[in-house]
Write a protein that binds this ligand. Structure first.
Ligand code: MLT
Length: 327
């Protein structure tokens, strides 16, 4: 009889916890949600996050508050979310750096493939190779010649090891076989301020942060890292056209929750993300900034999980070949 009681008790407990999970999801969200952006305010990740958060807030009926936690190429902000309560009230919006940091940092505060649950993909943003307006060069060939001739003084801005701007800069220096002086910031928002002021020479950054500056002529643009030219930047050649073949970098972004967040809460967040991806205002703003929303199918937990796993494998080989690590 005792065994039957134990089994019955276990089944009852399981039923209660399942009911509790779905009850949590049925009433979720009950309060504001924090969306951690692992870079400084005013940069490309922040821009994407605020557009998506605004649309998701309307769908969820609760405010998503963006919190910028910059530093260490995005790994400090990611670590904050990895350690947060898995209750659905802390989410992370991060990009390709989630995959590159898994190799670049041999002492991360979290295990990238074990510390997070998945909500979905958001967008894949092209990059642009820029210089300060006052640099004498007029095309990519000239920029490369100038960099090689002045390699000990030419400065390249990035948002820390693990950032998309770091990855693009690393690929650029590998492609021209010339190491340059790198200058790290907490985000390419502040880095852009210094580029505009002439305090730093070169930067590779996402169109979500560079389109308006390029259109305004306040920086020089040498290439876009896409197979075809961008409608919003018709006069900027692709990297292949500009003489840098096989130089394509797309900065994909995803939304994550701490591991252990109830599955149906992740699903509720994913459904809200998919509403945002179909929001005409989000699509219009993304288009103005040279990018497009991911599809609804990509806005699922499974799509983001698959993307992260494949990208960790892809970039591990490239990073190990470059031999550059954070620690
Ligand atoms: C940012 O939002 O500052 C950028 O995404 C940083 C980077 O990844 O280059």
């Amino acid at each position: 009889m005792k065994i039957l009681k134990t089994v019955t008790g276990a089944v009852a407990a399981a039923a209660v916890s399942l009911f509790a999970l779905s009850a949590a999801a049925q009433t979720y969200p009950q309060r504001n949600i924090t969306m951690v952006v692992p870079f400084a305010a005013g940069g490309p990740t922040d821009t994407v996050a605020r557009l998506v958060a605004e649309s998701m807030s309307k769908d969820l009926g609760q405010q998503i508050i963006v919190e910028n936690v910059g530093g260490a190429g995005g790994t400090l902000g990611a670590g904050r979310v990895a350690a947060a309560d898995p209750d659905g009230y802390t989410v992370l919006l991060h990009h390709i750096g989630m995959a590159t940091s898994a190799t670049l940092y041999r002492k991360l505060a979290y295990n990238t493939l074990e510390a997070f649950d998945y909500v979905g993909l958001v967008t894949e943003v092209p990059m642009t190779i820029l210089s300060r307006k006052t640099l004498e060069t007029t095309d990519l060939k000239g920029l490369i010649e100038y960099a090689k001739a002045n390699k000990d003084k030419v400065t390249v801005a990035n948002a820390g090891i693990g950032a998309a701007s770091h990855l693009c800069g690393m690929l650029f220096m590998s492609a021209i076989q010339t190491p340059l002086v790198t200058v790290p910031y907490k985000g390419t928002g502040p880095a852009m301020t210094d580029l505009l002021g002439g305090q730093v020479d070169i930067m590779c950054d996402q169109t979500t942060n560079t389109t308006k500056q390029i259109q305004g002529g306040t920086v020089k643009a040498y290439a876009v890292t896409t197979p075809k030219r961008l409608d919003v930047l018709p006069n900027v050649p692709t990297s292949a056209e500009a003489g840098l073949p096989n130089f394509e970098v797309g900065v994909w972004h995803g939304v994550y929750t701490p591991k252990g967040t109830p599955a149906d809460v992740n699903e509720r967040l994913s459904k809200s993300l998919q509403v945002a991806l179909k929001d005409p205002n989000v699509a219009a703003r993304f288009a103005e900034l040279g990018t497009t929303p991911s599809s609804a199918e990509e806005g699922t937990p499974a799509a983001l999980k698959a993307k992260l796993e494949s990208e960790i494998t892809r970039w591990k080989t490239v990073i190990e070949a470059a031999g550059q690590y954070a620690d």
